[in-house]
Design a protein around this ligand. Sequence first.
Ligand code: NAD
Length: 531
Amino acid sequence: MPDTAAGPTVAVDDQSIAAAGEVVGFIDLGTNSVRLLLVRILTDHAVETITEQKEMVRLGDNVYGDKVLRPDAMDRALSVCREFAELARGTAADVDAAVRAARAASQGNWGRMAAADRGRLLRRWADAVEAHRDELAQIESQDTGKPLKQARADAAALARYFEFYAGAADKLHGQTIPYAEGYTVLTLREPHGVTGHIIPWNYPMQIFGRSVGAALAAGNACVVKPAEDACLSLLRVASLAASVGFPPGVLNIVTGLGAEAGQALADHPGIDHLSFTGSPDTGRRVAIAAAAHHCPVTLELGGKSPQIVFDDADLDAALPVLVNAIIQNAGQTCSAGSRVLVAAPLYETVLERLAERFAALRAGPASMDLDLGPLINRRQQQRVWDFLSDAQADGVPLAAQGEIVDDAPAEGCYQAPVLLRDVPADHRLWQDEVFGPVLAVRPFDDEDEAVASANGTKYGLVAGVWTRDGARQLRLARRLEAGQVFVNNYGAGGGVELPFGGVKASGHGREKGFEALYAFTRLKTVALRHG
Ligand code: NAD
């Protein structure tokens, strides 16, 4: 392992890289299939999240060897919010190189490859992910702090995305359109060419899978900017792509800072479609940058998703789901069920039963595999604290909270889950995304009030309805302003096949399912006049 302080060295042969200052390394991984760019991040922000530990990430078969993710580093990482790895700081020039590599691939072998063969490659990638599931789960857990069971589920979902899109690659058809006498009109679904993907830190593998899996199946070549807070799993997943034989330039990962590498990707005129998942503010910035070169965007920007519990609901079924929807990934989930509306006659019963469950929840190091791991970083922890101190100052009643286990290092970014009742509809806790394990509850008197309250935020990602009344189920499914509505369940276990995306400030465009394939293609109409 080279000394990171000794100056720039890039050793492609043994697939390792050391960097000092702003060195960039292109790693070819033997087949040159995947280009990974690594340099150090040296800004104030990175110092906040990635400090002290001077080991380098290694590439190749030993990418995540003992040098970086050794067990004591893991504990330390969790205790100080992942301060355990140094990462590449990609620049605009690196993004440009990646886009050029992707363009060459899309105009070369990859662009000419039969859809069925693209599907076969994706299928092999799915198998490779499945074969490395434990390793990927370890990496994801260590990098993000999420409990291992969640990381395992994420790795399984990643494989499932690749599997789904492998099977779909050769089933993306155009149409023929009845037109005037003497014409035959048809539509062709063509890949955009080079697609950009900006990925957040909360579910790196899942969000990469749904976005990149669909884009590749549709025949695009991809440039990916993972989040600076969590990107190790994606580097490993990319090296698996190389090992199963994706051609050169098809998949390019540029790690780095959002304001640099991310902004450069959004600004780049060579990007033909951009998929962004993250905060509304950054999403707006990215969309404006993309508009400057007429690049279509898919935006997935989070939410303040409500679940409505009617007085005929099956509470035994609803309660564990209500709790899990807010504590999963420590509440750092775009589709977290962060608001619950309860029919007035059931209000006290539901609160009592929720409180019982909240009081039993435990947060601690990811390696302990408890209900919640730590939050991603100090900034996120401070954000949650700000919401909670506002609640306290405004007299919002605390109904219950879980605990942080004694073994959790005091300096860690842990947050016990919090249950707040009677939250006023105009309070920021009812209106704004906390992105932490904080559940806001309030009562309602009738259906109209419930719908108005559920729809009464700027967001519209997901909504849940708990009722046995069939007519009400259908009415609510139509009346709720959300990209997905779940009836007597929430999230449907992830649902790779189910189109996903928001309305209003939650974004636009759809990922997952076949809809994503449509988004990652452009439609060409061909009119043939033959008399
Ligand atoms: P963010 O939006 O800043 O970051 C998401 C991604 O965008 C990262 O890869 C980041 O590097 C990149 N990025 C940042 N600035 C960019 C720019 N100018 N141009 C292009 N790309 C850029 O999110 P964050 O700061 O990591 O988290 C802040 C808040 O975002 C959270 O509190 C949460 O509310 C929200 N969030 C939502 C989701 C989601 O799934 N919808 C995921 C993560 C975060």
